[in-house]
Write a protein that binds this ligand. Sequence first.
Ligand code: AMP
Ligand code: GLY
Length: 443
Amino acid sequence: MEKGLKVLVIGSGGREDALVTLISRSPLVSQVYCAPGNDGIGQRPKTCCLPKLKADDPWGLRDFAKSNKIDLTVVGPEAPLAKGIVDGFEKIGLKIVGPTQAAAQIEASKVFAKEFMERHKIPTADFMKFDDPEKAQKYAIANLPCVVKAYGLTGGKGVIPCKTKEEVAIAIQRIMIDKEFEESGNWVVIEEFLVGEEATFMVLTDGWEAIPLLPTQDHKPVYDNNEGPNTGGMGAYAPAPVITPELAKVIMETIVEPTLDGMRAEKTLYKGILYVGLMIVLTPDGPKPIVLEFNVRFGDPELQPLVPLLQSDIVPILMGIADGRLPEGEIDWADGAAICVVMASGGYPGEYEKNKVIKGLDKVARMEGVEVFHAGTKFEDDLWKTASGRVLGVTVKEANIPAAIDRAYQKVIPQITWEKVHYRRDIGKKALTRHGIQTRMVF
Ligand code: AMP
Ligand code: GLY
């Protein structure tokens, strides 16, 4: 492959910092742009941020890529994919990693995703869809406990688990009548409430073949022991032992392959990153993976712990996806495990203050096996300051998960402080109950 590549990454959070870190590592790449990026991302080698370009402006981004002869564009968040950025880039011959607008419906429309899974016998929770609030409420009450989901993109907020009649009434009111999530509430999907352990399984795919990444686990609720409201994700770790190599094979055979085959059969070839959000349900026959949701991009923060573990150059793989053919061979992973603890502004995911001075980043900068990803920071008057709810993703790699947890919480995180900083103290704890189970995948 040619050297001197110019790569554009779209987005501005911790996931995009992780992507920029991986891409800038590649000897094939001479320049990385991140639109809009953030000040922390701008510190990465070979990297320049473009704060005036917005992630949800596909045409502005396309003009930039065209006039700057960008060799490859990688999309971080789902919104530009749902708006058809890939169709627009490909139409004028620009290379881009991600699904077309039609294929991105697998995340953008829960109704599409559920009906697709039903058509292709992909295991998912039983469901019904409704555009009539009264009928939705009646069905939900008759099927308690259940989960009421707005059909469109809601940044994860339009999914409401209900155990009582009152909770159903509030969920339907918020989604369908008050239209808290606008047209995403025109329909709801009402799902059976699944009990099990959640996990994330991501693959890189050209639409035919898929390369699985190490399984990970996110921590969505804001407080320890999964209490409090849901966030974008408060931390992640990899490899997640709940997904054993045997289970990974089952996921490939019963979920990933039928999904790619089904998308091709429906003339919407799916290429890019396929994120499978799973509930691992214990059945009399053993653990069974059931799909909670598909996403059309890397998980945030699930990508972050994969960065110190991934040894292969990601750029030929991403280029292969954009060209429609994955390169031969497997991904190399380092031995060991990594955890990423998200350090957030006090008050997040509710209201929070910004512009707090962050101290201690210099102390961890040279620590072996430590990467601090910037989700929302700015550099002003020679100081790092907080600029959003999720601020940093402190990522530590060690020989195994217990060692990574110990080092992160004892040695690394205490060095970094700001007024009202908040983070979970139990990232990775669930893995400890399974420590010792082999998690390497062999395909
Ligand atoms: P989703 O955006 O559909 O993945 O849902 C967000 C979160 O809601 C998931 O990560 C789960 O914690 C929870 N959830 C979604 N669907 C279900 C379900 N059918 N049963 C139990 N919990 C669910
Ligand atoms: N961490 C969950 C997501 O990226 O959707």
